[in-house]
Design a binder for this molecule. Structure first.
Ligand code: NAI
Length: 353
């Protein structure tokens, strides 16, 4: 998701968070409000320095602009990054202070969970602001854990891509899944149900053992999973699964997974193209989570979430067809499409209304 065909756009607004009394230290980066309020989760993580936290927030906020635009959402992109304090801290006080900071932006930024934050944290944030999603859902309403929606979108993306690239359904195909957390394990169940053969890996052996027993999946070493003798590689752990060295030795012809930032650097997209390995851009496949969160914010129901997620498969097919016709990486084609959508709102990424 890091390949950009335009120069890196400057952030539209950077809000420094520094409230020692609540041990709140971090930043909210609003990248674009071209399409609506800027939506993106809140990451709570240990960073070596504030500069590192800012760099992470800026990169993630830009990614959210592209993801939201291409998912057809009426939202711009943003991200909050909070530095996890060393030692003991009052989690409630910290997230209450963060909620107040979100409220001061008056709806320009909508937050939700990301790495390191939970539904309970967002419930605390919600006491200070209504510009938050990822709360416990009401009956029939959108909301709560977005992972099943993300898994459903990734499955649909993979099926659409397999039809084009492998000229087949997923039945009988071998899929190597890296990372068996909330999304990866759900994806494995969907794949097994569709008749795919599974090869799995996770740094937590108990997760492998569970899915091996439940689905008859074959476990592989985490260092080898990307190189498995499989038709499809599905990165569902952390970012950076696709490096130059991995791409050189991969056997899969298709990559489609949930992890954010799968390309270790932008040049890896070209390496994949050169080897004839088709890459489904991560932010196109994994949009189910933000689709669910933004629907919750807009007080939509589950049918509306499902309808938006159903568009992921056809969108992937359109991107792969354009990429094949123009002999470009699908990453470049997806970015271009997102940029057109943002420009169509009479604004380029980086400039806020
Ligand atoms: P999770 O934290 O539940 O699962 C991640 C899994 O990866 C864990 O089981 C962990 O043990 C495993 N793992 C970590 N490093 C590994 C390695 N080197 N090799 C193999 N396994 C490894 O996370 P979740 O929610 O399942 O998300 C997975 C990925 O999808 C993340 O990159 C996340 O940013 C992305 N994503 C998730 C969304 C969601 O709705 N949960 C939405 C959009 C993106």
């Amino acid at each position: 998701m890091v390949v950009r065909s335009t120069p890196h756009a400057p952030a539209a607004q950077v809000v420094r968070l520094n409230e020692p009394a609540a041990q709140l230290e971090g930043v909210i980066v609003i990248h674009s409000t071209a399409l609506g309020p800027a939506a993106g989760g809140c990451r709570f993580w240990s960073y070596p320095s504030l500069d590192d936290a800012f760099a992470d927030a800026a990169r993630l906020a830009e990614g959210m602009s592209y993801k939201n635009a291409l998912a057809g959402l009426p939202f711009g992109g943003a991200k909050a990054v909070l530095c996890r304090p060393d030692g003991a801290f009052d989690r409630r006080a910290l997230f209450a202070a963060f909620g107040a900071a979100v409220e001061r932006l008056g709806g320009r930024y909508v937050t939700a969970e990301d790495v390191g934050t939970t539904v309970a944290d967002m419930e605390v944030v919600a006491k200070a602001t209504r510009h938050v999603a990822g709360l416990t859902p009401g009956m029939g309403r959108a909301g709560g854990d977005p992972s099943p929606w993300t898994a459903r979108g990734v499955f649909d993306a993979m099926r659409a891509a397999a039809r084009l690239v492998l000229r087949s359904e997923l039945e009988g195909r071998t899929v190597a899944v890296q990372g068996l957390g909330n999304v990866g394990s759900d994806l494995c169940r969907r794949l097994a149900e569709a008749g795919a053969r599974l090869v799995i890996a996770d740094i937590d052996p108990s997760r492998c053992a569970r899915l091996q027993a439940e689905l008859g999946a074959r476990t592989m070493d985490v260092a080898e999973i990307a190189l498995a003798d499989a038709d499809i590689f599905a990165p569902c752990a952390l970012g950076g699964a696709l490096t130059h060295s991995t791409v050189k030795r991969m056997k899969a012809r298709l990559v489609c997974g949930a992890a954010n930032n799968q390309l270790a650097n932008p040049q890896v997209a070209a390496a994949l193209l050169e080897r004839g390995i088709v890459y489904v851009p991560d932010y196109v496949a994994n949009a189910g989570g933000i689709i669910s969160a933004t629907a919750e914010y807009l007080r939509e129901d589950l049918a509306e979430v499902a309808a938006r997620i159903q568009q992921i498969g056809p969108r992937v097919a359109a991107i792969l067809e354009d990429a094949s016709r123009e002999r470009l990486s699908p990453a470049i084609v997806a970015d271009r499409m997102a940029e057109r959508i943002m420009a169509g709102a009479s604004e380029t990424p980086g400039q806020a209304r």
